[in-house]
Design a protein around this ligand. Structure first.
Ligand code: XMP
Length: 317
């Protein structure tokens, strides 16, 4: 604990000295690492820091607004949000293969992010929330990887910064969280579950459309609300809703329905390499199911995923 206090003091001093009166730009995803890096840089250089937040419209319900509020209200910095759901969805139109979707989302993110920086912030320093385990991971070959993950950002060749700043590069995740708490980031953000870079793009199975994203956001928000209320949320490593894109028949009043299926996924794990499906009590699952069906238009059935990893993966795509 006290070690993190002195980490903050010495890092802030170092950052001030290194950056001087130059600018520094950081890609903010709303995840733990980039958020803590942003908070630390804000403490060191305030308005000299610009955070670029690409909201591709594939985040959880209200998440983009939450990130914006947090960094504009609680921290001194220049915050730039780029809303580009339409652009992403038009690129994803007609595409249903998971790796193809990941690739499109990754490429689109890269273009939107770097175009913005090239236009406005292509000098000074570039900062990243790289943490110690990332450096170890990226040293390994990717033969063992089942899915492509896009966490490391590569700087395009035509942009030259004074240097790259990675203030969290020697810290482990728990240390990063302690630093985040000490810097005044909201608890909710510091203890955030992992969220895939491609976001809901890989939780809407098959082709991604605005309507499907909306349905999934609503269902997922209800799931999170109920899990928080009963205190179960903190016992899970990760939980979320999936929209398989399957329609099934149901009955509502006297009429037949033919609508979307929602799946609930919840796992416990130490390292995400293997995972158990979570044994959530039936009454909680029951409440989540009836609320989703009653409150989310176009959903008439909810199922619970009881597959461990392996043979399943955590995400459905
Ligand atoms: P899987 O589905 O591979 O997930 O068992 C293991 C962990 O990785 C997350 N995940 C991703 N994270 N980009 C990311 O940044 C991705 O494309 C991606 N795919 C899966 C997943 O949420 C889980 O925590």
């Amino acid at each position: 604990e006290w070690q993190m206090d002195s980490f903050i003091d010495s890092t802030v001093a170092k950052l001030k000295e290194q950056i001087g009166d130059k600018g520094v730009v950081l890609g903010l995803s709303g995840g733990v690492d980039s958020s803590v890096a942003a908070a630390l840089l804000s403490k060191a250089v305030g308005k000299q820091l610009t955070c670029v937040f690409v909201d591709q419209g594939l985040m959880r319900k209200d998440e983009g607004d939450f990130v914006e509020q947090t960094f504009t209200k609680l921290f001194d910095m220049n915050f730039v949000r780029i809303n580009c759901q339409e652009e992403f969805l038009s690129k994803l139109k007609g595409v249903s293969e998971p790796e193809a979707k990941r690739k499109i989302i990754g490429t689109e993110f890269y273009n939107v992010f770097w175009n913005k920086i090239r236009e406005n912030y292509g000098s000074g320093y570039f900062a990243q929330g790289t943490i110690y385990p990332d450096r170890i991971e990226s040293g390994k070959g990717d033969a063992a990887k089942i899915k492509t993950h896009h966490n490391q950002v590569e700087v395009p060749q035509d942009i030259t910064f004074e240097g790259i700043i990675e203030p969290l590069q020697d810290l482990f995740k728990d240390e990063v969280r302690v630093v985040g708490e000490k810097l005044g980031l909201p608890h909710e953000l510091v203890w955030r579950q992992p969220f895939p870079g491609p976001g809901l793009g890989v939780r809407v199975i098959g082709e991604v459309t605005a309507d499907k994203v909306k349905i999934l956001q609503e269902a997922d928000a209800i799931l999170r609300e109920e899990m928080d209320k009963c205190g179960y949320a903190s016992q899970m490593s990760q939980f979320f809703a999936v929209l398989p894109g399957v329609k099934t028949v149901g009955v509502m009043g006297d009429s037949r329905t033919y609508d979307e299926l929602v799946a609930i996924r919840a796992v416990t794990t130490d390292d995400f390499m293997t995972a158990d499906w979570a044994k959530i009590p039936y009454d909680i699952l029951g409440r989540v199911s009836s609320r989703i069906i009653n409150e989310v238009e176009h959903v008439n059935r909810v199922v619970y995923d009881i597959t461990s990893k392996p043979p399943g993966t955590v995400e459905w795509e």
